[in-house]
Every structure is written in C-alpha cells, then in structure tokens.
Design a protein around this ligand. Structure first.
Ligand code: UT7
Length: 329
C-alpha cells in the first residue's frame, strides 16, 4: 500500500504513570536479575498505573496534551482512534470513553486491535480517512495498561512490559508535510506466538481459566525473536526504498520499543546510525501500541524535530501484524 498526500502532524501528547518499577523491584517478585533483564532486553525500569486508573484515563490525558500542543479544541476533532489490547471493557470502545472524557462532541470514535502494531495501523487508518476527505482532523492514540494483563508469576514476560499512552493529531494540508509511504501486513498463522488464551469467545473466563492463569499474556519469546529481527529489518529497508529516502535524508526511525537486541540487530545491518534511532525502552519497557507515540512526543517536546524531518514509524507484534509509515514533519 502506498499513498503520497498532504497530511501533517499538528500536535503530540503522552502520559506515563508516576510509579516506577525497577528491575531491582522485580527481583523481589520473581527469580530474575537486573543483569539478565538489561542484557536480554535493554530494559531497566517501567511505569505502572495505580489502581484508580484504566487505559482510557491515560489515553484521555495524552489526548488533552496533544490538543494543547496543537492549540486545538476537543470540538475540532472529527475522529478518535485508539489502538490498544487493554481496553477498559470489551465494549464500549476505549475511544468512546476518551471522546466523553475530553468532550470531543463532534468526533466519531473506535478502537483498533493490532497489538504492538496497533498505533501504526491506526495512523494509517486515520491517513486513509483524511485522504478520502471523510474528516479534516483525527486524533490517533496508542494506550496500554499492560500491567493488568501481565502474569506477575511468569518471569519470561513480566520483566518486559509497562504502561503508558501517546497521542497525535493529524490533519490535511495543502502541501509541505507529507505521508511518503505506508505498509501494513499480517500473518495469522503465527497467532499462537503471543496471545491471551482465555477470556474471549473461544474460551470464556471461568474459575478454571483464572486458576490456570490463562487470562494473562503468553508469549513464545524465543520463537518470535528471529522473526522480529528480520521483520523489522525488512520493514525499514522497504520504507527507505519506497519513500525514496537515503540514509542521509532519513532523520529518525521510531521503532516499536520491543527489545534493544532486536532493534540493534535489525538496524545495524541496514547501517542506520544509532543516533537516528529513537529509543526509550530502558525507561518504559515495551508499552505495545503506546511505545511509538510516547517516543514521538518526547522527541517533539525536547525540541528535536524540525520542519522537513523524515521519520519512519515501524512496528510488529501479536497477530502476527506489522506496519510502517514514513512521514515528513
Ligand atoms: O512486542 C511484540 C513482540 N514481542 C517480541 O518480539 C519479543 C521477542 N522476544 C524477546 O524479546 C526475547 O525472546 C526475550 C527477551 C523475551 C527473552 O530473551 P531470550 O534471549 O530469547 O531468552 P530465552 O527465552 O531463550 O531464555 C533464556 C534463558 C532460559 O533459561 P534456560 O532454559 O536457558 O536455562 C529462561 O528460562 O533465560 C531464562 N529466563 C530468565 N532468566 C532470568 C527467562 N526469563 C528470565 C528472567 N530472568 N526474567
């Protein structure tokens, strides 16, 4: 899929819970070590929401911050898309709760389920809506309360995930900023590599499923690893080629913050200089759909983005799904 169009990002926002859970804290919960977690994943700490909050609360704060950043009012939004695997409820959608919380009375709202690729899937969905002139201004949010679906007795997964939310607003523009390229894909044959086995219509929640801890994330991390390196490498190589960028004209790659070894192995081979790769997984862990918009907002607020910068967003995850998008800031 490919589409060149006049679309720009006019505001970004994010929210990270105050509570920091360090690797040393996790050493007290499961049989692990700071050394193992840092060497195998690059993660030192992550943020965890408190009991009073859910995904929509984090998403709403990130959304309000994006509106402030853009100088827009909630009524200016035509559509709110929330990417999440940790919706507050089966239904209504988390996007509807955000719409209510921020008072975006003119906005349609729905969630997108594509796991860690969810934010880029949602961004591309928003771009497609703008291109078809269905709306003028769209809020795209990635928000996750992964601590709520993490098995805190499973050391192979509980060390990896964190909570947070990031948002951006896109609108159509005459010229200048552009979407240079996007690509989406899926391979459902790998659906058992990363899943929550119970609690859906296949295996409704029961005393038994809860006892078996089947309502938590199960991941075949090792099997995913090799696939993930190749997928990230192929996605970035394709995005550079199809958007006509060179290694010099590429300003930033914002990858899904999954594991430093995956990102390093994928991008080193492509000779993308490490200073062009935006990383924050050491502080926040893997926040699934929230990881890319949080990283973008940090970059924006640190004043590191200038007009004409070329940014590649790239993600993959459960489904299996994958997605890339190249935008000019
Ligand atoms: O976000 C979307 C998609 N997610 C991914 O793509 C994740 C991809 N996978 C990964 O990032 C890595 O596979 C992990 C970080 C999850 C694991 O790293 P690994 O190098 O693949 O470790 P492993 O699973 O092969 O485990 C190696 C050893 C095992 O022990 P033995 O069998 O060699 O004795 C595990 O039991 O490490 C052990 N282990 C741990 N040890 C200490 C597993 N988890 C831990 C832990 N602390 N937390």
């Amino acid at each position: 899929m490919e589409k060149k169009s006049g679309i720009k990002i006019v505001g970004t926002g994010s929210f990270l819970p105050e509570k920091v859970l360090t690797n040393h804290d996790i050493e007290k919960i499961v049989d692990t070590s700071d050394e193992w977690i840092v060497t195998r994943s690059g993660i030192s700490e992550r943020r965890i929401i408190d009991d009073s909050m859910a995904t929509s609360d984090m998403a709403s704060i990130a959304a309000k911050r994006a509106l402030d950043n853009a100088g827009l009012k909630p009524e200016d939004l035509d559509f709110i898309i929330v990417a999440t695997v940790t919706a507050d409820h089966y239904f209504p959608s988390t996007a509807c709760l955000v719409q209510k919380n921020i008072g975006a009375v003119n906005a349609a709202a729905c969630d997108v389920s594509a796991a860690c690729s969810g934010f880029v899937y949602s961004l591309v969905t928003g771009i497609a809506f703008l291109n078809s002139k269905v709306g003028d201004r769209i809020m795209v949010i990635g928000a996750e309360a992964l601590s709520r679906i993490t098995d805190w007795e499973d050391r192979s997964t509980c060390v990896l995930f964190g909570d947070g939310a990031g948002a951006l607003i896109i609108e159509r523009c005459e010229k200048g900023s552009e979407v240079l390229y996007f690509s989406l894909g899926a391979d459902g044959t790998g659906s058992d590599l990363l899943e929550i086995p119970a609690g859906g219509s296949r295996k409704p929640a029961s005393m038994q499923t809860v006892e078996n801890r089947e309502h938590y994330i199960k991941m075949k991390g090792n099997e995913l690893f090799k696939w993930a390196v190749k997928k990230m490498r192929d996605l970035v190589a394709d995005a550079i080629k199809q958007s006509g960028l060179t290694k010099d004209s590429l300003t930033y790659v914002i990858p899904h913050q999954v594991n430093i070894r995956i990102i390093d192995a994928a991008l080193k081979r492509l000779k993308v200089p490490i200073e062009k790769v935006v990383l924050n997984l050491d502080k926040y862990g893997n926040t699934s759909a929230a990881s890319i918009p949080i990283a973008l907002d940090e970059l924006n607020r640190e004043g590191k983005l200038k007009k004409g910068d070329n940014i590649i967003f790239v993600a993959f995850g459960s489904g299996l799904t994958w997605a890339s998008c190249v935008m000019k800031w």
